[in-house]
Design a protein around this ligand. Structure first.
Ligand SMILES: Cc1cc2nc3c(=O)[nH]c(=O)nc-3n(C[C@H](O)[C@H](O)[C@H](O)COP(=O)(O)OP(=O)(O)OC[C@H]3O[C@@H](n4cnc5c(N)ncnc54)[C@H](O)[C@@H]3O)c2cc1C
Length: 440
């Protein structure tokens, strides 16, 4: 078995976060003469673009997650440790784990991603369901399937309607993709698995603050998504915000009240910041400000990448998407090697190469925007399938996801319609005292 080796440089690199940014950095440093320690509060890398398919009974959690230890099983210089980082001492160059352990570094990469943002509205945080983690996606799946069971045994039509009304806040890619997949799931089960529920009884309402869907895409593609969703019977409220939520209703900014037991939150994210209130500078979106080489201005040994970093290009912040995180991870790996070698020249500033954006609405309906080339419909959908299979990690995951998509395509089936309730595990709890089963 390959053993970690100490390299002559003894340059210690600590990477916090094994998501898109942290993982691409660690992979680029694999085999290089530096000692890399990758820390994450979860023991797996999560492929977030397919989370909504776990939430809608098409994929299993293991299909879109990959154990970080397995990725570096053969590496001689990259090690993984399960740890939640809760603090940083910039002067002593150490990070502090929740367990109290202090870990020293020569170069540090912060790649801690983002979490749901409820804009300080405690009601929204309490009464809506997020979709940022596997635990949340599973909770959402359990919740929706449980709503169907409760609707089937409801005494009154009014109560039945409440269980069958689903409100989704946020018409970005995540909200649009989830809405389309939920519509497919309901079409599949109502009147079939649930003969007591008529297909027309379900109501899906998508609420978006802007005057269009898919704000990051060209307007034509947003209009296309709107037309498809409306054709499928989904109610879309544009220029409207979800303002208030309780267990039984949601209030919109135009005063409309909707009786609903399910409110899905995909309307805001903010950086996941393990450093808390330090003196470090943050942007309006609370991301850590970095200079053009992705370092903290006063601390060139600390790099911040991905959703956690505020990188200004072309007058605006780079979006919270996986391509900027992955490209930054590779760039930072090269910059760290410069430091380890003691190279004194300055590396060119980081520049993001935008290769395009894409989102799927459902079968044969997706949008993709590649530098002015706009694809939609079946072509967009095929492009979306190919790109996502390409970026999934692990041969098994690719094979299983492809097989699941094939099955769904041929059989119109979302087979993982299981309501699973997890139990607490003492050993897992001991690893991370007083932490939730999986944090956001
Ligand atoms: C549902 C959903 C769908 C998405 N779809 C797309 C899409 O289709 N295309 C696209 O480009 N982007 C998509 N995104 C956005 C994309 O996931 C992020 O932009 C990307 O993951 C950012 O990479 P990152 O490395 O900054 O963070 P992440 O990939 O989120 O990784 C952060 C890692 O840090 C770990 N971590 C956090 N805090 C700590 C701590 N204190 N201690 C230790 N570890 C910690 C986390 O466990 C996590 O593994 C989607 C996001 C979501 C939630």
């Amino acid at each position: 078995m390959a053993r970690p080796v100490r390299h002559p440089t003894h340059h210690r690199v600590v990477i916090v976060g094994g998501g898109f940014g942290g993982l691409s950095c660690a992979r680029s440093l694999d085999g290089k003469p530096v000692d890399v320690l990758l820390l994450d509060q979860r023991n797996y890398h999560l492929f977030t673009p397919l989370l909504y398919q776990v939430a809608t009974s098409l994929l299993n959690p293991s299909d879109i997650a990959y154990p970080l230890r397995s990725i570096f099983r053969r590496s001689r210089n990259v090690r993984f440790q399960l740890a939640r980082v809760v603090g940083l001492d910039l002067d002593r160059r150490t990070v502090r784990a929740r367990t109290g352990e202090e870990i020293a570094y020569d170069s540090l990469v912060l790649a801690t991603g983002s979490e749901n943002d409820y804009f300080s509205n405690a009601e929204l945080a309490q009464h809506t369901l997020g979709m940022k983690t596997l635990a949340e996606a599973m909770a959402l799946r359990n919740h929706v399937l449980s709503c169907l069971e409760l609707a089937a045994r409801a005494d009154s039509v009014q109560e039945r309607r409440e269980w069958l009304t689903f409100v989704i806040a946020g018409g970005g890619p995540t909200g649009v993709e989830y809405t389309g997949a939920l519509a497919e799931l309901l079409k599949l089960v109502l009147g079939r698995d649930f003969p007591e529920l008529e297909p027309g009884m379900a109501r899906i309402v998508l609420v978006e603050g802007q005057d269009r869907l898919l704000g990051a895409f060209h307007r034509r593609l947003g209009d296309y998504a709107l037309r498809i969703l409306c054709d499928w019977g989904i109610e879309v409220r544009l220029s409207t915000l979800v303002q208030k939520a309780t267990r039984e209703r949601v209030v919109l900014s135009d005063g409309e009240e909707i009786a609903a037991r399910t409110i899905v939150w995909s309307a805001g994210v903010r950086p996941n910041d393990p450093l808390g209130e330090t003196d470090l500078k943050r942007s309006r979106s609370r991301r850590l400000r970095v200079e053009e080489r992705l370092r903290l201005r006063e601390h060139p040994e600390v790099f911040v990448i991905g959703d956690a970093a505020s990188v200004i290009e072309g007058g605006g912040e780079l979006p919270m998407l996986s391509p900027p995180a992955m490209q930054a991870g590779r760039y930072v790996a090269r910059a760290i090697m410069d430091r380890a070698r003691g190279a004194t020249g300055h590396r060119k500033p980081f520049r993001f190469v935008d290769k395009g954006t894409m989102a799927t609405i459902g079968r044969h309906a997706a949008v993709a925007d590649f530098h002015g080339v706009k694809l939609r419909g079946t072509i967009g959908w095929l492009a979306w399938l190919l790109v996502h299979i390409y970026y999934l990690i692990g041969f098994r995951n690719r094979a299983v996801v492809l097989a699941s998509w094939g099955w769904n395509y041929l059989r119109l089936d979302r087979p993982i319609r299981l309501i699973l309730r997890g139990g607490a595990d003492e050993v897992a709890a001991a690893l991370e005292p007083d932490s939730p089963a999986e944090s956001r």
